[in-house]
Design a binder for this molecule. Sequence first.
Ligand code: HEC
Length: 195
Amino acid sequence: MMLKLQSLFVVLLASAVITGCSKETTVLQYMPHMANTPNLKPQRGYDGFGNGSGMLTPPEGAVARGHKPYRIATADEAEKVLQNPLPMTEANIHRGQKIFNNYCITCHGPLGYGNGSIVNPYPIPKSLQSDNMLKWKDGHIFHVATKGQGVMPSYAQQIQPMDRWAVILYIRALQRAEHPTDQDMQELKKQLVSK
Ligand code: HEC
């Protein structure tokens, strides 16, 4: 009996030593490789790359796959060298309308007059219906949407280049709606009469 109790004590002591007392670490692990993989832990340092970070700094001049860097420095240059690759079709105008309503309308307003819903406290934007804007070529507007202008931020991160071109087609449609030619008005009258 004495021997049995002694051996039970030894077994209990041994298991306490093996499993440990701390609740945070499991001392005895069955196939521990899965738990202890040499992966990067979020929000923790890593010494493998020698810079203390889990991310490697890309070599200078590296460009993400599929990304075309925008190298045009000024709006004047953009106006000269860029042309809208999208034709003025109904589908493209609708594509631009979607982008405009998602990204631009909040400041520039539904017709581009600068009376968007967040203006005040945000600064009042220049009108997209101004004589200036009517004269600007598409490349100029593309440059503003890509690089920003004054207090207006760049939209290059949020809007893909083709969608930036599409939004310009929609701005052109808004401008034409507010500045119709005599011919536009005659067409409209004809359409209204025929209805
Ligand atoms: C957060 C508000 C805000 C949003 C959103 C915004 N803009 Fe602007 N935008 C401005 C302001 C303010 C100006 C005047 C900037 C300046 O010259 O200081 C401006 C100016 C412009 C101009 C130049 C007008 C001129 O006569 O100089 C263009 C073009 C323009 N925005 C296009 C866009 C397009 C396209 C979008 C959507 C992709 C957009 N903006 C979204 C605030 C905004």
